[in-house]
Design a protein around this ligand. Structure first.
Ligand SMILES: [Zn+2]
Length: 56
């Protein structure tokens, strides 16, 4: 199983601190702020989406 990474910059999720975690029907939904400025949305340790990309 590949290590979950930021799809934008490739930063491993394990190096990012979880900002907030919310329980849901699918499992724990976590949000992490990546060094590249994106918010990574993860469910059960898998990145399911990103949001809040820094505009440059
Ligand atoms: Zn990133």
């Amino acid at each position: 199983m590949p290590e979950p990474r930021c799809p934008h910059c490739g930063c491993p999720l394990a190096e990012l601190l979880p900002d907030s975690v919310h329980p849901s029907a699918e499992g724990k939904v976590g949000y992490r702020r990546c060094a590249c400025g994106a918010w990574l949305v993860e469910i059960g340790g898998i990145v399911v989406g990103t949001t809040g990309l820094a505009r440059s």
